[in-house]
Design a protein around this ligand. Structure first.
Ligand code: RTP
Ligand code: MG
Length: 156
């Protein structure tokens, strides 16, 4: 390894949900992403269908809000991104703010959800919640990326 080999980067999956994209929040959110030291490693616009949302949010399949979540996430196009930086997973969650956008407006007024979200469902953005979720979710949307690209790696 070279002398500069200690820069650990981490990747996370971010989504600008349909309310964020259709509400014209994309430019503001992207500016915030870049200002906070992330780079956008991959991005694409997708129109999610019911089956895809069911698989993506499978952990919530037993929740009372599941059918509503499916309706919301399929209501228009979404922007899916792989973000990269040191500590990307936790830092992106912090930048998003809490799940409930209404509460976020009070407790985390500078967060993305405070600025762009509406309530506990229509909260504008998604972020992976752990290393394991990040790897699963990045592969879910970007099948062409190999495992060693998705996992943390030492940059040359
Ligand atoms: P996400 O997975 O989208 O990043 O959000 P999160 O971790 O903050 O919240 P999570 O508990 O994983 O919930 C996933 C998404 O489901 C919707 N939701 N609706 N109606 C409700 O009570 C309710 N609770 C959650 C939100 O869109 C939430 O982001
Ligand atoms: Mg979650």
């Amino acid at each position: 390894p070279s002398t500069n080999a200690s820069t650990k980067t981490e990747k996370t999956l971010a989504i600008i949900k349909p309310d964020g994209l259709l509400g014209n929040h994309t430019d503001d959110i992207k500016r915030k992403i870049l200002e906070n030291g992330f780079s956008i490693f991959r991005e694409k616009i997708v129109q999610l269908d019911e089956a895809t949302v069911k698989r993506f949010y499978a952990e919530h399949s037993a929740k009372s809000f599941f059918s509503s979540l499916i309706k919301y996430m399929t209501s228009g196009p979404a922007l899916v991104m792989v973000l990269e930086k040191d500590n990307a997973i936790a830092d992106w969650r912090a930048l998003m703010g809490p799940t409930d956008a209404k509460k976020a407006k009070i407790t985390h007024p500078h967060s993305i959800r405070a600025k762009c979200g509406l309530d506990t469902e229509k909260n504008c953005v998604h972020g992976s919640d752990s290393t394991k979720s990040a790897q699963r979710e990045i592969f879910f949307f970007f099948k062409e990326l190999s495992a060693d690209v998705i996992a943390d790696h030492d940059e040359l």
